[in-house]
Design a protein around this ligand. Structure first.
Ligand SMILES: C[S@@+](CC[C@H](N)C(=O)[O-])C[C@H]1O[C@@H](n2cnc3c(N)ncnc32)[C@H](O)[C@@H]1O
Length: 426
C-alpha cells in the first residue's frame, strides 16, 4: 500500500551520487532512489516508478535546483531515450562522473590505484553503427528498460553518413509495408554505408518486388534473416549496392564483413589498439575474442607470434583473408570458443601474454580457470562492460595482480566505457 502511494506521488529528492549506470542517486523515506538524467548536488522532483526490492527507481519531472554542471542536451529525445546517460552536462564533467563510477567498481576488487582516462576526439557523431527498432513504417528506439517505441528523426551520437540514411529508410518502409521486419542496422565502414533490414527467419520468401530500392544510391542494402545480425546462423542477402567492404587502418587495407563486429568509435579504437600492441613486443601472444582480426594483425607486427581465437565463422574467414592478403606469417587464426580452444593453444605454445577482448557478457568461467591454472605471465583484459570485468577479475585475482587500468572513452554520452586492465602473474 505504502509503495503504491509512493508511485502516484511526485516527491522532492536531493541527488548526492552517481550509480554505475549513470543515474543520479538520492534517498527517499530511508531507501536509495535511482533517478536517471540527474546530477549530484541537484534537488529534483521525481515520480517513483518502481518500489519493489531494496531500492526505488524514479523519473525526473522537474529540476528546481540544478547543478552548475547542468547543460541542455543536444538530442531532442534525450529525456525519453534509453541510449544516452550523459548529455545533460559538459564532457569534462561526464569524464569526472565516469572516473568516479569506475573507481567505485574497481574498489570491489581492491584496486585503489590511478585510472588513466583517454577522451574521445568526438563527443557527438562518433558511432559507426546504430540499431533501430521498427513500428509499421516508423523507425526509432525503445524507452529505457521497456519495449515502448518512440520514433526518431535523428540520433546525434551516430555519424553523419548514418544520419543521411534515416529519411530514406522511412520512405523505403512507407513504400514497402514489410511484414516480419524486426530491426534496421546501419553501419558505416569508412566512406561506405551498409543498411541491414533484419527479418525473422521464416520471412525470406515474402520479400519479393521490393519497391524504391534505388533511392539509396550510394548505400548497400542487405536483407538478413535471423534473430540477431552478428550471428553465423543469420542468412544475409545483398539486395542493392556494393557487396564488398574494405576498411583502411593505417597501413592495412582489408576486406571485412559488415555483418561482423567492429569497434563503434574508429578514432578511440585506434588509440586502444596502439596501447594494447605496446604490451606485445617480441612476445608469444594469444588474442582471445579476436573478431575480424585487425587487432591480431596489429599485434603480429610487434609480437613474435599471435594466435587469434574467434567464435564467428564469417569473422574468422575475414581474419584469414587479412593474414593471407598481407602475408602475415606469425598470425594464426583459430575458429572456435575461447573456453574450448584456449587450452589447446596454451598446451602447444609457450605463451607470454593473453589479450582478452570479450563481448559484454565477459569470459566464461572455464576460460578464466584455464588462465588461472596456466603459466602465462601477463593478461591484458579489454572490456566494454566493467560489471563483467569486475566479476572476471575476482576469478583471475587468485593468480594475477591488477597492476594498472586505463579507460578509453569509446562511448561518449553513455555510461559505458572501454576499460583495459593490466594483470601480472603473482
Ligand atoms: C568485443 S568483440 C572484439 C573483437 C576484436 N577484438 C575487435 O576489436 O574487433 C568480441 C568478439 O568475441 C567473439 N566471441 C563471442 N563469444 C566468444 C567465445 N565464446 N569464444 C570466442 N569468440 C567469441 C564475438 O564474435 C566478437 O567477434
Amino acid at each position: 500500500m505504502k509503495g503504491e502511494r509512493l508511485v502516484k506521488s511526485v516527491r522532492e529528492v536531493e541527488i548526492f551520487d552517481v550509480s554505475y549506470d549513470g543515474a543520479g542517486v538520492g534517498k527517499l523515506d530511508g531507501k536509495v532512489v535511482f533517478v536517471p538524467k540527474t546530477l549530484p548536488n541537484e534537488k529534483v522532483q521525481v515520480r517513483v516508478e518502481n518500489t519493489k526490492g531494496k531500492y526505488l527507481t524514479a523519473t525526473c519531472e522537474k529540476v528546481p535546483v540544478a547543478s552548475e554542471k547542468r547543460e541542455a542536451a543536444k538530442c531532442p529525445y534525450f529525456e525519453i531515450c534509453g541510449g544516452c546517460d550523459f548529455q545533460h552536462c559538459g564532457y569534462d564533467f561526464e569524464r569526472q562522473l565516469k572516473e568516479k563510477i569506475l573507481k567505485s567498481e574497481l574498489a570491489k576488487v581492491g584496486y585503489l590505484g590511478e585510472l588513466e582516462f583517454v577522451k574521445s576526439d568526438k563527443r557527438f557523431f562518433y558511432r559507426n553503427k546504430i540499431k533501430l527498432e521498427v513500428e509499421g513504417d516508423k523507425i526509432g528506439y525503445f524507452k529505457p528498460k521497456s519495449h515502448n517505441f518512440f520514433e526518431v528523426k535523428t540520433c546525434p551520437i551516430a555519424d553523419e553518413k548514418i544520419l543521411k540514411t534515416l529519411p530514406l529508410i522511412e520512405e523505403f518502409l512507407r513504400e514497402n509495408c514489410f511484414e516480419n521486419l524486426k530491426n534496421v542496422y546501419i553501419k558505416s565502414v569508412d566512406e561506405k554505408v551498409a543498411v541491414f533490414f533484419l527479418f525473422s527467419k521464416n520471412a525470406k520468401k515474402m520479400q519479393k518486388n521490393v519497391k524504391k530500392i534505388d533511392i539509396f544510391r550510394n548505400f548497400s542494402i542487405i536483407f538478413a534473416y535471423g534473430d540477431i545480425l552478428e550471428s553465423d546462423k543469420t542468412e544475409v542477402e545483398f539486395v542493392f549496392g556494393q557487396k564488398k567492404f574494405f576498411k583502411k587502418f593505417r597501413n592495412f587495407q582489408f576486406e571485412i564483413s559488415p555483418q561482423g563486429f567492429l569497434q563503434v568509435n574508429d578514432t578511440v579504437a585506434a588509440k586502444l589498439y596502439d596501447f594494447v600492441v605496446e604490451f606485445c613486443q617480441s612476445k608469444n601472444v594469444v588474442n582471445a575474442y579476436s573478431g575480424q582480426g585487425l587487432l591480431t594483425a596489429m599485434i603480429a607486427s610487434k609480437a613474435k607470434s599471435v594466435f587469434g581465437i574467434e567464435l564467428q565463422k564469417s569473422a574468422h574467414t575475414c581474419a584469414e583473408k587479412l593474414k593471407n592478403g598481407l602475408a602475415i606469417e606469425n598470425m594464426h587464426n583459430v575458429c572456435g570458443k575461447v573456453e574450448e580452444r584456449l587450452a589447446g593453444v596454451l598446451g602447444k605454445e609457450k605463451i607470454d601474454l593473453i589479450v582478452l577482448d570479450p563481448a559484454r557478457e565477459g569470459c566464461k568461467k572455464a576460460a578464466l580457470e584455464e588462465m588461472v591454472s596456466s603459466k602465462v605471465g601477463e593478461i591484458v583484459y579489454v572490456s566494454c562492460n566493467f560489471s563483467t570485468l569486475v566479476r572476471d577479475l575476482k576469478v583471475l585475482q587468485s593468480a594475477y595482480k591488477l597492476s594498472s587500468v586505463r579507460v578509453f572513452d569509446m562511448f561518449p554520452c553513455t555510461a559505458n566505457m572501454e576499460t583495459v586492465a593490466i594483470l601480472k602473474r603473482i
